[in-house]
Design a protein around this ligand. Sequence first.
Ligand SMILES: [Zn+2]
Ligand SMILES: [Zn+2]
Length: 379
Amino acid sequence: MIRRTGLLSILLAIVLLCSCNLDFLPLTSPSPSKPNTQTTTAPSASPAPSTKAPTPIGTELQVIIFDVGQADCALLMTNTHTMLIDAGNTGQDNLILSYLASYGIKKLDYVVATHPHADHIGAMAAVIRAMDSIGTVLMPDAVNTTRTFENMLNAIEEKDVPITIAVPGDMIMMGDVQIQILAPNSTRYSDLNDYSVVLRIEFGNSVFLFTGDADTRSENEQLASGLPLDADVLRVGHHGARTSSTQRYLDAISPSYAVISCGQGNTYGHPHDETMARLAGTGAEIYRTDENGTVIFTTDGITITISTTRGSGVQNTALPPTVTAPSSLSVTSYIGNVNSKLFHLPTCRLLPQEQNRTYFAARDEAVSAGYVPCLVCNP
Ligand SMILES: [Zn+2]
Ligand SMILES: [Zn+2]
């Protein structure tokens, strides 16, 4: 149920007080990692009808879809900017914060709360409180009466973070990343899921679509809006529920990769068989966080590479062997990334480019130099 009274007024007041300029570009992020994923698939990207020349942008965009069980949490990183899309479920504060710490994230330029369900904003208050700074919280004009939602609003207020209400068609320029808001297109829905903020994220010729829990009604509205929907990578709507990922919607997106964020043995039966069948029909490679763990995309604006933290799963033939701790004999050193301050095992798929490497003879040496262990190889 949606009550659009007290909390909404507070929300709107905050919005009116804050700058709604979506173009603000605070260079507040740390120097996140720029992993050079060398061992995974490297298909040529985009069906995007972009007029941009297909040249590398000179930096990389990493899109990390974390394994958070039956919930959602994703991180976008370039070497200058960061965006968090949703923050897992209630009770996952430590998990989400350790994920962010493993990427050296202390500041976020944008935080997106796609819609006020607990499996999307569960740890949002903790994230907001833990960060040194947050540029803007992007959210729909929707409220929930839960403690989780109120806790998030309290954290936003405590930290004095500006709120931007998502308006379809608006663009967010985040360095070289161009993000268009595609939904929500209506102001009143019977289902909170349809308030989901839908984002089309373009980096050179590589395009990602994040759909929250948007269901059929929202998908139809997006189709009717005429805004571009085509994407290389689809973060599949609503954990793979049959009420999302309609055939017309998938036809318009035409994804090469689809990622479903869902928990093992979840009680909803997500992803539903009908959704899996429709996704298979697109020809997209399908990844699932319940089987593949965290799914990481890296793109230079032309080529997209993929790595996962678990090797088993659907259509994962292109994946490299599962990363396992090497025998002590093969560990001659640890490799640090001077930009991200992450350190890796030499066998990690996310080793930095040569010029960004520094070497440690022992783990303690890396830790005392302020380096943080990589999430993928867990050195
Ligand atoms: Zn959800
Ligand atoms: Zn939801």
